[in-house]
Design a protein around this ligand. Structure first.
Ligand SMILES: NC(=O)c1ccc[n+]([C@@H]2O[C@H](COP(=O)([O-])OP(=O)(O)OC[C@H]3O[C@@H](n4cnc5c(N)ncnc54)[C@H](O)[C@@H]3O)[C@@H](O)[C@H]2O)c1
Length: 195
């Protein structure tokens, strides 16, 4: 199999690369070495130094490596950074993942995505199982799995309310009734189909 492992210089990714190389796969690694190390990258694989936030670089890596499967393990995985810099965390974990998924779709590659483990359960009185409530306390965690089924944006609001002092209000509206300000656009500015 031809495989592309994002984050293949990191902890989880480098073990995935080792296992794939060992069974004889053609393995490429995409990593910007933010927390990963060059020496972690299996000598039997090829390293492309690129950032998942850079859609063009991700597309080029897919075009060059032509993977059948992408294991997406590149991540900003440091909980402290996710609290201190939530926007940066979202850029890597949300935008970066979107770029990887889009490149995979364009190249008809399957994607194996594995992310947050126990951190999604937050503070627990005892061991958490699959059915435990998802109450992450780090702002980065909802980027990978939404808090109590909320969207990432709503999760950020809830968690910011818990961690930071300025009040934030979030409401879900089915439909807003108000006088129009400008003629409605016929479609989305990118594809013209949906809004
Ligand atoms: N380590 C664990 O015990 C564990 C448990 C459960 C889930 N996970 C999840 O597995 C994933 C990987 O975790 P890890 O422990 O291997 O982290 P890690 O920091 O060791 O590896 C992440 C890799 O991604 C690379 N990277 C970071 N930002 C990048 C970017 N913008 N572009 C390209 N590459 C980038 C880093 O250089 C690094 O090599 C994360 O989603 C993490 O939440 C880890």
């Amino acid at each position: 199999m031809r495989a592309l492992v994002t984050g293949g210089a990191g902890f989880i990714g480098s073990h995935v690369v080792d296992a794939l190389v060992e069974r004889g796969d053609d393995v490429w690694v995409l990593d910007n070495l933010a927390s990963g190390r060059r020496e972690n990258v299996n000598a039997g694989s090829r390293l492309v130094e690129a950032d998942v936030r850079d859609a063009g670089a991700v597309a080029s890596a897919f075009a060059e490596s032509k993977p059948e499967t992408c294991f997406h393990l590149a991540a900003q995985a440091d909980v402290r950074v996710s609290i201190a810099e939530p926007a940066f965390d979202a850029e890597v974990n949300v935008i970066g993942t979107a770029n990887v998924l889009e490149a995979a779709r364009a190249n008809e590659a399957k994607v194996v995505f594995s992310s947050t483990g126990g951190a999604i359960y937050g503070e627990c009185d005892g061991p958490a199982d699959e059915n435990s409530p998802r109450l992450p306390l780090a702002t980065g965690q909802p980027c990978r799995k939404a808090r109590d089924g909320r969207t990432p944006a709503r999760s950020q609001v809830v968690i910011n309310r818990a961690l930071r002092s300025p009040p934030v209000s979030a409401r879900r509206r089915d439909r807003l009734e108000a006088p129009p300000r400008a003629p409605a656009r016929s479609g989305c500015s990118r594809c013209g189909r949906h809004r």
